[in-house]
Design a protein around this ligand. Sequence first.
Ligand SMILES: C[S@@+](CC[C@H](N)C(=O)[O-])C[C@H]1O[C@@H](n2cnc3c(N)ncnc32)[C@H](O)[C@@H]1O
Length: 270
Amino acid sequence: MISVQPEAEERRAHKRAVRQAFDRAAASYDAAAALQREVSARLADFVLAHAAGPTPRRILDGGCGTGHGQAALARLWPQAERIALDFAPAMLAHLPAGAAARLCGDLESLPLADASLDIVWSSLALQWCEPATALREIARVLMPGGRAWIATLGPETLWELRAAFAAVDDDRHVISFHPLTHWLESAAYAGLDCSAQDGSRVYAQATDLKRLLRDIKQIGAHRTGPGRRRKPLGRAAWSRLESAYERHRLPDGSLPASYDLILLCLEKPA
Ligand SMILES: C[S@@+](CC[C@H](N)C(=O)[O-])C[C@H]1O[C@@H](n2cnc3c(N)ncnc32)[C@H](O)[C@@H]1O
């Protein structure tokens, strides 16, 4: 009899739930993904500020979603062959025709040969992964001298929402994000050198909390992590949440949600 570690089983169930959430979100994703477009643009600027070296031949867009990164990749490296990978088939189905070769697969177990890529680009996908596992895979598929350009999220992401939920109950309602130090340690452990890093804030805004949460949900970002499912909030709890969030309302009348953006350039030593 094979005994499955409860933690491993919980992680698998969580991954399945994240994939299903993104599959369900695919049709509405583009309309709610202003923040993703902004992050792709910042990652492209980061590449322009730090990239040098030979023209890459093959690039992976890891966790490509509906393909927001494709236009930036085509501008940055027009000659390169592009592979767009995502584990949610419905996301891949929305990729513009002819943009890239589509590959359904997991960032934590890439269906690609060792040393087969010059560049890995990954914008807002790796925060759903275990950093050590995903970076080990990225290191494996990169050629020596290859680089990974990564945009991911740090622990201050959605802090307003976390603080507002704390006024409601002690449950964990908002996903936790790894700090920069954890990414850097995992990169070093995977054999990748960090040759550039940057941090900044990006904000989503909506007129009210319902819309803000709907946008977070529509981009599939509402899973909290492994563990039991929570019951929906009752009316009294919702109203406590709304009033706790009100203290963040900006002078222009909008409610913000902060995203703590981490940009990394990780290099596989030549
Ligand atoms: C927030 S979206 C970002 C998509 C795109 N990079 C963009 O900038 O719009 C995150 C994407 O990562 C994918 N994803 C999350 N975890 C993944 C994993 N372990 N393997 C492959 N794709 C994953 C999701 O299915 C989703 O399409």
